[in-house]
Design a protein around this ligand. Structure first.
Ligand code: UDP
Ligand code: MG
Length: 319
């Protein structure tokens, strides 16, 4: 077996999830590769092509001709960013793994500082956005609200304004690989494994080219994934809500019986009756919906399907 260019000692594994980023990739590698050379470390770059429809694959193959330390893993169809990250983590051989977006919103130059910080003995180095002005108002407000709610209802705390851009020591990566669940909210999984972390501030740049792959509906589903994967509070709420409603119904029932006994039978009451029936019907449907969210996830977990399917892996001996 011919050893891979980075075999057997690789210090840094860079994992880039990529979907339809052909316009950005030349500029991305023009900044990433000199940075990696500057670190003086041995490295490999794992590019996970998440079912791109544009010229991403051929652009990556072109760059691979120039830089043999670039590994290309091509998915059979789009499986999503979380699956792409998982695939990169599964295949990384380095002592430290760095996750970075390919759209240049995560400045590659920060990697030098990340590596220096890791060398000081930190297990995880997290890049923290100090300026989100490139995100629109809606995304800023909803992101903040989501992390507040998530951290309030789940056991593990996700640091504010920290995305996937991070360096993880091999110890952290090995712990992450033990988490085999299908529904992968990576930021939650990262927080769940714990370890000693440090925050490195950076300014989030605007997307170099192309469009975000996370429109608001996908973000909403992503948020639901985050909460349901790490908290059962939404399920338990219904016990308490049911209890409160039952107590109110008992009080109201007693009031009506008492009033009928004292004042006699009262015919009017249609408005209050229909309001209560509709309200209870609505509440029950919401409760069923929440149950459904969890049941659907249990259904997906028991099927134990693989998280991704690889169409091709270059170089092949790297698998
Ligand atoms: N991405 C991916 N699969 C997806 C969505 C995104 O591989 O289904 C990649 C994308 O190519 C980029 C990174 O994940 O490198 C971040 O995506 P994006 O910039 O669209 O997210 P945003 O920065 O808007 O949150
Ligand atoms: Mg982006």
């Amino acid at each position: 077996m011919k050893p891979s260019p980075s075999f057997p000692f690789t210090t840094l594994s860079i994992v880039c999830p990529i979907r339809d980023e052909a316009d950005v990739l030349p500029a991305f590698f023009a900044r990433l590769l000199p940075t990696l050379y500057a670190t003086g470390e041995t490295f490999e770059v794992l590019c996970i092509n998440d079912g791109s429809q544009d010229a991403t694959l051929s652009v990556l193959q072109g760059i691979q001709q120039q830089e043999a330390r670039l590994h290309l893993i091509d998915f059979s169809r789009p499986f999503g960013k979380e699956a792409a990250l998982t695939c990169g983590i599964d295949h990384a051989k380095g002592d430290a793994v760095i996750l970075i977006d390919a759209d240049l919103q995560d400045p590659p130059e920060l990697i030098v500082e990340m590596v220096q910080t890791w060398r000081q003995g930190f297990d995880t180095v997290l890049a923290q956005r100090v300026d989100r002005s490139t995100d629109n108002w809606f995304k800023r407000v909803t992101a903040r609200g989501f992390y507040r709610i998530h951290n309030a209802v789940s056991d593990c705390v996700i640091p504010i304004d920290v995305g996937d851009f991070r360096l993880m020591d091999r110890r952290v990566v090995d712990a992450l690989k033990e988490l085999t669940e299908r529904h992968r909210f990576m930021k939650g999984l990262f927080a769940w494994v714990g370890f000693k972390h440090v925050l490195l501030p950076y300014v989030r740049e605007a997307r170099h080219a192309g469009r975000t792959k996370f429109p608001w509906w996908r973000l909403w589903n992503f948020a639901l994934e985050g909460i349901t994967s790490f908290s059962t509070v939404p399920l338990r709420i219904w016990t308490y809500l049911g209890l409160i409603i039952a107590l109110c119904a008992f009080a109201f029932g007693s009031f009506i019986i008492g009033r009928t006994l004292i004042l006699g039978i009262d015919i009017p009451g249609y408005a209050s009756l229909i309001t209560i029936v509709l309200m209870l019907g609505g509440i029950q449907l919401i409760g069923l919906g929440v149950l459904g969210e969890y049941l659907g996830r249990v259904h997906d977990e028991v099927k134990k399907r693989p998280l991704y399917v690889i169409r091709e892996h270059h170089p092949k001996h790297a698998t």
